[in-house]
Ligand binder design. Structure first.
Ligand code: 13P
Ligand code: SF4
Length: 319
């Protein structure tokens, strides 16, 4: 505990000395989330992380999350230094969408508007017409559908088919998935709901359809936290990375939050309910990168400039 206090103090000092701000995702360790908030940084979903990093005047952003979040920050602010606690923190959606294969797929379907999820590499974003996050994907696809556009969607098949069902849009789906959300189980969730008939079910749309079908609220991490606060229920079953429970419990301390059931438990399933890449962010490596100004994120400027077009379309739409 003493080491934790010392590390946090060191990080606060280094953030000031380096003119740096900490931007954290809701799935990272609770200590990092708290530090981000108390030092004037932000803890939020992918959309707000991107916007906050772009608009903040600090010269250096430290992104506690996964690679695509650091890359998005760099693409939006190429003049800033972007650091990450661990450069190996990636995402199964990003890994499952190879830029060369994706480009070939797009080339086979030139009649489709290419919409990609934020959880992709800079090169994939550069090939896209639009980038979206989970908080705004539905609205953007609805808008494109109303304009008569046919869509090529990548990489998350669950989020894609959820949006397809909601909007009725013509969507060709890449077959990627998030290894964390893929583990939530519909039948077991149904049984848990029967045990807790007074609970409301909060589901991230990266979850499989038979889990989404049981949801009272479907949304991005920020939207699920907002629902946990605003809904009158006292009990919630939560189907997303359990890192989110930290913020839910802080925001609604008198309410009860239960993790949705997964295929296994932590002994049998490494990625059940917690992302192994988000878990690579800690106090120690955060302090080290601030100390040494190491682990800088670089994006090829030409690729970045092209990717920025698809990201800015989303940010303009959201404005
Ligand atoms: P949001 O926070 O944008 O809902 O994204 C979830 C996610 O996949 C981050 O890994
Ligand atoms: Fe990727 Fe899933 Fe981890 Fe989010 S939780 S970073 S979508 S693997």
């Amino acid at each position: 505990a003493d080491e934790k206090i010392l590390l946090k103090e060191r990080i606060r000092t280094l953030l000031r000395e380096r003119d740096a701000v900490l931007v954290a995702h809701y799935y990272v360790d609770g200590d990092l989330q708290d530090l981000a908030e108390e030092t004037g940084g932000c803890v939020s979903d992918s959309l707000e992380m991107a916007r906050f990093g772009r608009d903040h005047p600090a010269k250096t952003l430290v992104v506690a999350g996964v690679k695509f979040m650091g890359e998005t920050a760099k693409i939006l602010s190429p003049e800033k230094t972007i650091l990450m606690p661990d450069l190996d923190a990636t995402c199964s959606l990003d890994l499952g969408c190879d830029p060369a294969e994706f480009t070939a797929f797009c080339d086979q379907h030139p009649d489709r508007t290419v919409v990609v999820y934020a959880n992709t590499s800079a090169a994939v974003k550069a090939r896209a017409d639009w980038m979206v996050t989970s908080s705004i994907g539905l609205d953007i696809v609805r808008h494109l559908h109303e304009q008569g556009k046919k869509i090529l969607w990548a990489p998350d098949k669950h989020l894609g088919s959820y949006i397809q069902k909601q909007t009725g849009a013509d969507m060709l789906l890449w077959q990627g998935s998030c290894l964390v959300h893929d583990e939530f189980k519909g039948v077991e969730l149904d049984l848990l709901k029967a045990e807790h008939p007074d609970a409301k079910v909060l589901v991230h749309p990266e979850s499989p359809a038979n889990v989404v079908d049981h949801a009272d609220v479907i949304g991005s991490t920020s939207q699920l936290i907002a629902a946990a606060v605003s809904l009158p229920a006292m009990k919630f079953i939560v189907a997303t990375d359990n890192g989110i429970l930290h913020k839910m419990r802080l925001a609604a301390p008198h309410k009860t939050f239960i993790e949705a059931p997964t295929a296994g438990n932590s002994a049998t399933c490494k990625s059940c309910a917690h992302c192994p890449w988000m878990a690579m962010n800690g106090l120690r490596n955060l302090a080290d990168v601030l100390e040494n100004l190491s682990n800088e994120i670089h994006v090829d400027p030409a690729v970045g400039q092209q990717a920025k077009v698809s990201i800015n379309r989303m940010l303009d739409f959201a404005a």
